[in-house]
Design a protein. Sequence first.
Length: 114
Amino acid sequence: MTKTSAQDAAGFLPEKYLSGMFYGNGWTAGEDTTQAIEPATGKELGQIALANAEDVAEAAKSARRTQREWAALTPDARAEVFLKALSIGQTHFEDIVTWLVRESGSARAKGPSS
């Protein structure tokens, strides 16, 4: 099996984002990881973190806390977050679609067009 660096392939995400978990206001490395394999080629796309029961409990606790903070924001402030996410998605549209196709083993023709 040929190994491909996920960071080299993604180009726009630091490695910790590809092999960690986000909760509690930051990125956390998993104790265990597993390979993400591209079905079409059998090549490793990278390592992904596996959450344990403690990770899930902490993520749920953080989500409950964060939801209260989110609800307290004005609609305009929440809209700003979504508009920023939209901008990032548009900027990296081709990279995102390419990764979704590679991860799922699907065909690019089935995906959205730019």
